[in-house]
Design a protein around this ligand. Structure first.
Ligand code: URA
Length: 433
């Protein structure tokens, strides 16, 4: 087999066989297939697409490129969750204690952030002492005892996806349904999930900019799950503006606590409880979504949810005192208020631009080895639908950097205004199962 022939085939829109996909992925992982040929193939896939069988074969080739986590020692249905990525997305921090508190095991493997989207592992590492490098036996024993544990993705889980994702990032081939679907599903399958709940983001801060594209991605992933015997549910949620009011690592931990104590922003609370409720239903704790949702709300009201979060922090080696004293989380030295330029209603917020501003303030990485500042980030004082006057503070930047003009300018131009009140935003658009 020659790579050039396979590029030619896909360029002409001809289906690749299982063996051909296996050859490409094994060759690229080992270094035999060079970046320039893989880049050409990715662009051909971007324009020509892949059918269901090709996507399932690509997913399996990713899974087979590295180690698979054997979680059979964990009792119960292991339900995992994955978000396609967004700004201010701290849902994982909230669902881990919520789902675990009803006895459904959450064995969470998570990644770090890159570019404008943050990673769960970075957020949790804003907590003093929090250890995300648990050895496998401890990870398993924590899930069996406490029903929850988190670890950073092992270096050798789906290495093909890791290498191809980095190439997609620099060849403008990230926002492709077959490539995202196989990337997401391979990670969940390699990390031992029995059932998967997907949070498919749509809007200005997401890879999928329209609901039709998000539905196509959601349906594709649910079908991959079905063909590989993993019960999969995809919830399509809004990312037309950042989720919740806080962006940045320590900030997002603080906001997760607000949701777990019943004081969270409405959009974040609705998305987190919806994802958690679906997880508890597929995990067998409740017969239906409505009952699950109302029982989870009750766990928040009763204080059990925040107690479980405290236990989560402690078993991972963290110091839980920040839960009741949030000022113990890392704090930035500069707080810059960004003012509204107009009178009117906030009509749109470019979420991706807000994510880029957070990165420039120190909260994220441009390159994978960059250090991040846990205290850096933004507080969204006003969001879509809010009425503002010129000169009102719309957003606060938090940073230890003395140069923040670029981030400030980005935030200013990320906000768009209108004279009339915009239509209310839906938090959840659809559920595909
Ligand atoms: N998240 C992933 O894990 N992979 C993608 O390709 C896009 C989002």
């Amino acid at each position: 087999m020659r790579m050039v022939d396979l590029i030619q085939k896909k360029k002409q829109g001809i289906k690749l066989t299982r063996d051909e996909i296996g050859f490409i992925i094994a060759g690229y992982t080992s270094g035999e297939v060079p970046d320039y040929q893989m880049a050409a193939l990715l662009m051909a896939i971007y324009f020509r697409g892949m059918d269901k069988e090709e996507i399932a074969n690509l997913t399996l080739a990713y899974v087979n490129s590295g180690d698979k986590l054997d979680l059979t020692a964990i009792k119960g249905i292991k339900v995992d969750k994955h978000s396609t990525g967004g700004v201010g997305d701290k849902v994982s921090l909230i669902i881990i204690p919520l789902v675990a508190s009803v006895g459904v095991p959450v064995a969470k493997m998570s990644g770090r952030g890159l570019g404008h989207t943050g990673g769960t592992i970075d957020k949790l590492e804003a907590i003093a002492g929090f250890n995300t490098a648990l050895p496998k036996d401890k990870f398993i024993s924590h899930v069996n005892t406490y029903k929850m544990a988190i670890a950073g993705q092992s270096a050798n889980l789906t290495p093909a996806d890791k290498k191809i994702y980095a190439l997609r990032d620099v060849t403008a081939t990230v926002d492709s349904v077959p490539l995202i679907a196989s990337s997401v599903m391979s990670k969940k399958i390699a990390s031992g999930a029995d059932a998967i709940v997907l949070d498919v983001k749509v809007g200005s801060g997401a890879f999928m900019k329209s609901i039709a594209q998000a539905k196509e991605l959601a349906t594709t992933m649910v079908e991959i799950g079905k063909s590989l015997n993993r019960k999969t549910i995809a919830v399509i949620t809004d990312m037309s503006q950042p989720l919740g009011n806080e962006i940045g690592n320590a900030n997002e931990v603080k906001e997760a606590i607000e949701v777990l104590t019943g004081k969270g922003a409405k959009d974040l609370t609705a998305v987190a409880l919806t994802i958690a409720a679906h997880m508890t239903v597929v995990g067998g704790a409740y017969p239906d979504f409505e009952l699950a949702y109302s029982n989870l709300e009750q766990l928040v009201r009763s204080g059990k949810a925040i107690e479980k979060f405290k236990q989560f922090v402690v078993i991972q080696g963290g110091n839980p005192e920040f839960i009741y004293k949030p000022d113990r989380l890392p704090q930035a030295k500069n707080h810059i208020e960004v003012k509204s330029l107009k009178n009117g209603f906030v009509a749109a917020i470019n979420a991706e631009a807000i994510g880029v501003a957070a990165m420039l303030l120190g909260a994220g990485r441009k390159k994978k080895d960059d250090l991040i500042d846990y205290s850096a980030g933004l507080t969204m004082v006003h969001k879509i639908g809010d009425k503002v006057n010129a000169g009102d503070t719309i957003c606060i930047l938090h940073t230890n950097l003395d140069e923040h003009e670029e981030a400030e300018a980005i935030v200013k131009s990320a906000y768009k205004y209108s004279d009339s009140e915009p239509l209310p935003i839906h938090y959840i658009y659809d559920v595909i199962q």
